[in-house]
Design a protein around this ligand. Structure first.
Ligand code: UDP
Ligand code: MG
Length: 233
């Protein structure tokens, strides 16, 4: 059982993957821990899959899944979690917006006895003010209408203990909202802060359409306010 599994969802990330791999390797060798990579190609339209095959031919720690089409980020991560075998599991984006070097801090904090350590965005150098604004509002609306403590300004970048992953794997919902589900699971959870970088190359796979679906999944799964509104009318 490796100490850390690194789960990375990939949608059109051919230009980012080599540098991501290099930076991850560097951090993990500094940390001196055993690891495995679990990469999930989520129906990419570029040559992500070629890069995955190339790298995995040289490194037996790389496992990969090649999904039959684009299912979306949350499903890709879920598939990765199914196949991760590590004592702890890290979920990280491929575009280097989540700095791999932070894994050292996340892992260290976890050793203090936490079950989840998530990475909270202190600042974000994001592509547009509209994205920042919609993301900021979404987290706050969600916080306001749900009774589960879902951390604000936090994506899926985090480290989890195996026991959390096992519970997560038993949750059957199709419309995944992982950061909410993980909050709901409980145990001791904490965070470390970081400054979110810009995407290294390529463009976001989260269109506004996908973001809206994602937000609605989060809201309908974690709040009864929409049902109450419907009932009222
Ligand atoms: N991603 C994915 N499927 C999708 C969209 C995105 O697997 O349909 C991956 C993507 O490759 C990246 C992560 O999910 O590793 C976050 O996506 P992105 O950076 O495009 O989102 P943003 O940071 O703009 O919210
Ligand atoms: Mg990104």
């Amino acid at each position: 059982m490796p100490e850390i599994s690194i789960v990375v969802p990939l949608y059109n990330e051919a230009a980012n993957l080599p540098l991501l791999y290099q930076r991850l390797n560097q951090v993990l060798s500094t940390m001196g821990v055993s690891c495995e990579y679990v990469w999930i190609n989520d129906g990419s339209k570029d040559n992500t899959m070629q890069v995955v095959r190339q790298l995995s031919a040289q490194d037996s720690r790389i496992k990969y899944l090649d999904l039959s089409r684009n299912f979306g980020h949350q499903i890709a991560v879920t598939a990765g979690l199914e196949h991760a075998t590590g004592k702890t599991v890290v979920v990280i984006d491929a575009d280097l917006q989540d700095p791999p070097e932070l894994i050292q801090d996340l892992h260290q904090k976890l050793q203090e006895g936490y079950a989840v350590v998530y990475a909270k965005r202190r600042s974000r150098k994001e592509e547009s003010w509209l994205k920042r604004f919609t993301a900021r509002s979404f987290y706050r609306i969600l916080k306001f209408i749900t009774n589960v403590e879902i951390p604000v300004d936090t994506g899926d970048y985090r480290i989890m203990d195996r026991k959390v992953v096992e519970v997560l794997k038993r949750m059957p919902e199709h419309h995944r909202f992982l950061r909410g589900q993980i909050a709901w699971i409980g145990f001791d959870q904490t965070f470390v802060e970081y400054d979110r970088e810009q995407r290294q190359a390529g463009e976001t796979g989260y269109t506004y359409r996908k973001m809206l679906h994602f937000a609605l999944d989060g809201i309908t799964a974690f709040s009864d306010v929409p049902l109450k509104v419907v009932t009222y009318f």
